[in-house]
Design a protein around this ligand. Sequence first.
Ligand SMILES: [Zn+2]
Ligand SMILES: [Zn+2]
Length: 401
Amino acid sequence: MSQSEAQSDVVNKPPLLWLQASIFAITLLVALTLVPWYGFTHGYSWTLVGLAYLFLWANGLSITAGYHRLWAHRAYKAHPVLKVLFALFGAAALQNSALIWCSGHRRHHRHVDDNELDPYSAKRGLWFSHMGWMLREYDAAKEDFSNAPDLLDDSIVSWQHRNYLAIAIAMNIILPVLIGLLVGDVIGALLLAGVLRLVISHHTTFFINSLAHFWGNQPYSDESTARDNSILALLTYGEGYHNFHHTFQQDYRNGARWWQFDPTKWLIKAGSWMGLTTDLKRIPSFKVQRSLLDMQFKRAEQKLAKVDTESKWAQQWRELLDKEYQHFAHNLNQWTELQREKYLQKKERLSEATHEFSNELQHKWHSTAFHSRLRELNFSLKMQRKRMQHLLLQLSDAQPV
Ligand SMILES: [Zn+2]
Ligand SMILES: [Zn+2]
C-alpha cells in the first residue's frame, strides 16, 4: 500500500466513538496501574477478592447464559427471576443493552466473516474483531432491530434497554460502593469489583469474537473461521467451543461433550432442576456425529489430493475411503428413514380417536424399537469416527511409495 493510499484509508475511517474508546482506555490503564499499586500499598481483603470474583462470574455468566444463549439464540427458556438477574448483571458488563448486543450477534451469525455485514468480522483482523469494531461508527454495528422482534416483545429486555444507562451506572458504581461498605474498603472495592472485574470481563468476552475465530481447531465445520479452543473455554465460561457453536447455534451447550468445560451449560442445566430454565435445546447426537464425520472425510480428501493420485498407494487409500463413505451414506439413509417413520407414527397417533390398550402397547413397542435403532446408528457412527481418526493418522504418517 502506498503512503497516500494508507493516508486516505485513515481519513476514510468512520468517526471515533470517544466515550467508548475512553472507557476502554481508562479502565484498562487503571487496572494496570492503580489496582496493583493499591494492592501493594493497602492490600485487598480476601472477602473483597472473593466478592469481586463472584461479581465477575455473575457478570460473565449473564452475558454467556443470558445475552448469548438465552436471548440471542433462544436455546432455552428462563424464569423471569433469572432473566432479571441476567439483565442486571449483563448491564454490569458494559457491553450495551441485551437488545443491541443480541441483534448485532444475530447478524454476526447470519453473515459470519462478511466484512460488510458481520459487525465483528474476523476477516478484518484480530484487533478489529476483538474491540476495534466498537471504537468507530462502523455501519455493520449500527442499531438495527429488524432481526429481533421477539426481543422487542420481551418486557425484561425492553425494560433493560430503556433504562440501560441507569442500570449500568448502578451496577458499576453503586454495587461496588455497597460491597466496599460491607468489607470496609470502598476504594479497594471500586478498584477490584469495579474496574478490574470490568476489564477482565470485557476482554474475556471479546476473546470469543477475536481469538475464537483465529486459534483452535475446526472439528465440526470449516465453513466459517470459528474454532474450538479448550483453553479459551476456561476463560470464557465455556464459550471457547466456538466451532461447535457456529455449527449448531440453537444448542444450549457450546462444549457439547460431558467433559468439556462449559459452566454456562452447567448453569442452564442446573437451572432446569430448579424450574428456572425449561425447553433446553439440544442438537441430536446423530447430527453432531454426522458433522464430525463429514469433516473427517473432507480432511482425508484434502490429504489424498496432495499425493500422486495415480500411484497404487493412493488408489488403495481411495478404495478404503470409498468403502467408508458408502457405509456413512448407508447410515445417513437409515437415519432419514427412521425420522420419516417417527413422523408418520406421531401423525397416526394424533389422528387416533381412542387410545385402546392394544394401540398403547403397539405404540410402546414402536417407541422402544425406534430408540434401539437410533442407538445402534449412533454407535455405528461413533465407531466409524474412530476408524476414520485412525485412517487420518495413518494417512499423515504414511509416505507414498
Ligand atoms: Zn452465538
Ligand atoms: Zn463467532
